[in-house]
Design a protein around this ligand. Sequence first.
Ligand code: ADP
Ligand code: MG
Length: 447
Amino acid sequence: TWGRVKQQLLESVGRNNFANWIEPLELTKVDNGVAVFSVPTSFMANWVSRNFADTILTHLKAANAPASRVEFKVAAHQPQPATSEPKPAAAPVVAPVEPAELPGAPLDARFTFDNFVVGKPNELAHAAARRVAEGGPVTFNPLFLYGGVGLGKTHLMHAIAHETRTRNPELRVLYLSAEQFMYRFVQALRDRQMIDFKQIFRSVDVLMVDDVQFIAGKDSTQEEFFHTFNALVDQGKQIIISADRAPGEIKNLEDRIKSRLQCGLVVDLHPTDYELRLGILQTKAEAYRAQYSGLQFADGVLEFLAHRISTNVRVLEGALMRLFAFASLVGREITLDLTQECLADILKQSDRKVTVEEIQRKVSEHYAIRLSDMIGPKRVRSIARPRQVAMYLAKQLTSRSLPEIGRRFGGRDHTTVMHGVRRIEELKGTDSQIADDVEMLRRALEA
Ligand code: ADP
Ligand code: MG
């Protein structure tokens, strides 16, 4: 059974995780509902039980194994690192550490270069990451990636790890967060395993530490990080670091570390712009459309989201996921209305505070009509069309409902507003002049 379960685990955790964490497990017995595995080291036992225990158990149960719990025991023949006994003379002083023992964090299989959408704001960071992943003579060391939350730092680091492992399976790539680095360090101190700790961290070929700002102000962790960093750089090993801000701006980080971090390549991920957000939404929506086949999708929804949701890609993804799930649940087409209904809370938070009045003013200036005509009763096309453009923009750029917009256009009915919005949507596809006008006005209003 374990053989078959392993096959399924391979699929569910991905090849890298499988090779590092699952392959070395040996099922020793299933006793009283407890499946006991033997693992080569305590590092591994810890890591596997924290990260993979649930998955393993789920698959065991699915295969009808009589297990309700899993346990990981360090194989008896392993020397216990905590003892201070001298190592057997035959053992090499620096024993090679197998990749399976690297105390890294599991990699997200979806965070690859293929899944990373490139735009102006992340172009440089992406190029630098690719370059580092291609290996060869070390060019930038360290590569320091920084930027705000949800802009793709972790994604790029995982992508480097995936790519490096594919190109050079023998390289020892270690990815972990600065928080995990600290945790490992404190644990090693407590368990008197500092020698092992140093040995492991100084024997990797590529070290990636995510969110390094976390160790600011944590003196002994910084100290250890500094020495690890230097030891690796001296050996010509690649280091990749991320943080939420530039090295010089991290408070309570030792100066010598700051200057070390600055001596390679420092690149930032800028907040996403409209084009990048739209690109990301289009890519992800494609995937969802395949997943929820049969779901109808109105034009303009992705553009609306790209306008209205914040620069944080995680928020953007979450919104899209919710939208698809909601639409498939209620069995409705994804329209602008449905989007506004389903994402009201998110939209409210990221409201850019463009007002309907501002839109009316800008639009009437653009078409050289009087502001009073915008809300007045005239129906000639030279006035009605700009009015519809303004209604369309009000729907796109504010979180006002159709009745609220109608009220601001001289007390018009919500169906009139809806008609106006639809009309402009249609015209945008057939009349390039209107499409350009709308685009230009939108930019002006959002600037
Ligand atoms: P950070 O580490 O900078 O806070 P993450 O790397 O965790 O951000 O990214 C947040 C989410 O957004 C992830 O799901 C990631 O896949 C996604 N993401 C960020 N940037 C992009 C991009 N350019 N293309 C595709 N997905 C992206
Ligand atoms: Mg991150």
